[in-house]
Design a protein around this ligand. Structure first.
Ligand code: XIL
Length: 327
């Protein structure tokens, strides 16, 4: 069978990648697939680089778990996507309940991003930073917008308004000048109030000379639900002069699995990949884990699942043919 990263790279993309978690790596059938660079050329840590894992108490940084994911990527010569610096979820309580004043919280954000992105932390493969085509990327800001295009309430927004975004991006750039800095969000696949707000946010950052290199489009989709304006939206984003990446692709269905749902899922994967393929500035695609055995979907969406390209027995689903056909 054709392998996904090989197909993506042959089509001119930088990588095809996957998110993963440490626990999964001890599953030998799973490990055999993720360690195959022709299948996956890029890895995202699904959890262990988040704030609760990396700064559980103020100023106490714990990089061990993130290092394990970075070491896996390094061993396999896979790119690494950092995920993430600033998000309203998976925060330690010292951040959410800290009642910090604005200058203090601003300095906490800056310190956190600097520590995460300083290149020797997580043993990010240094040699990759010296290759112009293979820079590591970071989701510096995750999910800062609401579906209606307003800014999301969070401890950061409530205390700092939107200034935390520039603070985080500037700290990230200073800590790792080579990394591609992204804002990442969901429900920005198609055109609408949220993607318009993303365009406006990027424009305003650019006008203020705040470093911003890319927009991450999560793409947690429901079978049959790929927005028809996906391609136009990718063009609208890249017209800003930033790159885009599909960062968390999965296509869930209401269980039980049927042949018809798998066939539609195959078409949906193909539609997403071919939109990225059609836009030069769409650099690569990452699935939010590749096997239904370890997908986050059943835990997050009641009654839904089977969202990944491999099933729970590590058997390739029709979705894989859709991905290959899309490139
Ligand atoms: C998810 C993880 O996959 C789960 O294991 C965890 O319990 C919750 O977070 N958007 C994101 C990711 O940016 O960080 C989320 O990951 C999925 C939605």
């Amino acid at each position: 069978a054709a392998q996904l990263n090989r197909v993506a790279q042959a089509a001119g993309k930088l990588y095809f990648g996957t998110a993963t978690n440490i626990e999964e790596l001890s599953d030998s059938a799973y490990a055999a697939i993720i360690n195959n660079r022709t299948e996956f050329g890029q890895i995202t840590a699904a959890n262990v680089m988040k704030w609760d894992s990396t700064e559980p108490s103020r100023g106490v940084f714990t990089f061990g778990a993130g290092d394990q994911i970075a070491a896996l990527a390094k061993k396999n010569n896979q790119l690494l996507r950092g995920h993430n610096c600033v998000w309203h979820q998976q925060l330690p309580s010292w951040v959410t309940a800290g009642h910090f004043d604005a200058p203090t919280l601003s300095s906490i954000v800056s310190t956190h991003c600097s520590a995460l992105m300083y290149v020797s932390k997580f043993q990010i493969p240094l040699e990759l930073n010296f290759h112009p085509q293979t820079k590591d990327s970071w989701d510096v800001i995750n999910e800062c917008l609401n579906d209606d295009g307003t800014f999301r309430q969070s401890v950061f927004f409530d205390t700092l308004n939107t200034s935390f975004i520039a603070t985080a991006l500037r700290a990230a750039r200073a800590a790792d000048p080579q990394a591609k800095l992204y804002i990442n969000d969901f429900n920005i696949e198609g055109q609408g109030p949220k993607s318009t707000a993303m365009v406006n946010l990027v424009k305003s950052l650019q006008a203020q000379k705040v470093p911003i290199d890319g927009i991450g489009i999560q793409a947690h989709l429901l079978v049959g639900g790929v927005p028809p304006t996906l391609l136009a939206n990718l063009k609208q984003f890249t017209a800003l002069g930033v790159e885009v990446a599909i960062t968390e692709l999965d296509v869930r269905m209401t269980l039980p699995v049927t042949a018809a749902l798998l066939a539609q899922q195959r078409r949906d994967y193909q539609t997403v990949i071919s939109a990225c393929q059609a836009v030069k500035g769409c650099i690569g695609v990452t699935v939010w884990d590749f096997s239904d055995k370890f997908s986050w979907v059943p835990g997050a969406f009641t009654g839904q699942g089977a969202a990944c390209p491999w099933d729970e027995n590590m058997v390739r689903k029709p979705a894989i043919d859709g991905i290959i056909a899309g490139f």
